[in-house]
Ligand binder design. Sequence first.
Ligand SMILES: [Cu+2]
Length: 278
Amino acid sequence: MGKGWCLFFLFWPVAAVVSCAMAPMVGWSFPYDNAQAASNLGIRIDGLFYLILLVTAVVFVGTQAVLVYALWRGSNNRDERATYTHGNHKLELIWSIIPGVILLFLALYQMNLWADFRIKKYFPEAAVKAPIAEVTARQFEWRFRYPAIGKKLQPKPQADDLYSVNELHVPFGKPVMIQLRSEDVQHSFFLPALRIKQDALPGLQIPVWFEANKEGVYDLVCAELCGWGHYKMKAHVIVESEADYQNYLKNLTQQQFYDGLGKIAANENDSESEATEK
Ligand SMILES: [Cu+2]
């Protein structure tokens, strides 16, 4: 093999490493201008991502360096011939045990993060006690059902529940939980900025929690090819202060229960039920 081929095989790993290192500078890395994740759990997930990237980068650079060295040496010395061996037991043990140990380390290292993210027992208690909304994915939109102000979300829709489509409001700085459902096929609730992704499955109600750590308008997309209108399932999650969030719910109540005569039906019902209770 000529030296030209050695350079050819050297070029690709170098190009891969350089483009990987440049990715954050040119916007090819994490979403939102490579900003830090907008949730505390997301920041921990990014940490795990970088650790795995580092491990794979070391292995990749190491094996490529050995490959190029072997090619270069072979191209320098045309008298040295390759020999055929049936295998090397010791070598095979080494390259089985080292990746095995690395994988075992990663599997154990990420267990806490996985538990905090997915196992309900480890969710923040306040979030579990008061889910803020039920999120229903359907072909091809997201529907949100909030409980009436001051009430708790019930498994079945209530007369005074509040609804919105493709716009979910949540307060920042505190853990919130949603109940995720699908009305038809399999969808996936994906908040790239918060590093949250969970499939929505027909017949199941799946709790998902997150804690947004900064205000903003973030994309909510469906990450499961769910039909011809899959691309239309782009919604937004609006992360705002607790006061703005409460205002939003108030406005939603007013819009939804306005009877056209200047009265808010929901409030009227409330005062009526209070009166009957007395
Ligand atoms: Cu979908």
